[in-house]
Design a protein around this ligand. Structure first.
Ligand SMILES: [Zn+2]
Ligand SMILES: [Zn+2]
Length: 117
């Protein structure tokens, strides 16, 4: 199996052997950063990743769209706009939104279940 050796977009660490990471258009995000991101968009607290980079909350529409889905806000069918919480890493210039963090978490759960079968 060919593995992608590019560093995680948020903590800048290379993959551990056998580690699955959620792919993104500009690079992957690792499980540790997905978990940190899910906590961050929930509690709003900036934190330091396991790679030593800084992770911060970005929530205002317009600034730094999510690099995984390209959105910086949620839009309902009625055209209402709602804030979309995002985790950004200033050092790496990377951003991921709460929805993509959820999707990434689901993806990794599915992979983990497949492995234990
Ligand atoms: Zn990472
Ligand atoms: Zn997104």
């Amino acid at each position: 199996m060919r593995t992608n050796q590019s560093p995680c977009r948020f903590c800048d660490r290379p993959p551990r052997p056998g580690q699955y990471r959620a792919p993104g258009p500009r690079g992957p995000i690792c499980v540790d950063c997905l978990e940190a991101g899910l906590q961050l968009v929930h509690d709003g607290q900036a934190r330091v990743s396991l790679g030593g980079t800084h992770l911060a909350l970005a929530a205002s529409p317009g600034e730094q769209a999510c690099e995984f889905c390209g959105r910086s806000e949620r839009r309902s069918f009625l055209g209402l706009r709602r804030a979309l919480a995002r985790m950004s890493c200033p050092q790496r210039g990377s951003v991921i939104c709460a929805d993509c963090l959820d999707r990434g978490g689901d993806l990794l759960n599915r992979v983990a279940r497949e492995r234990t079968k």
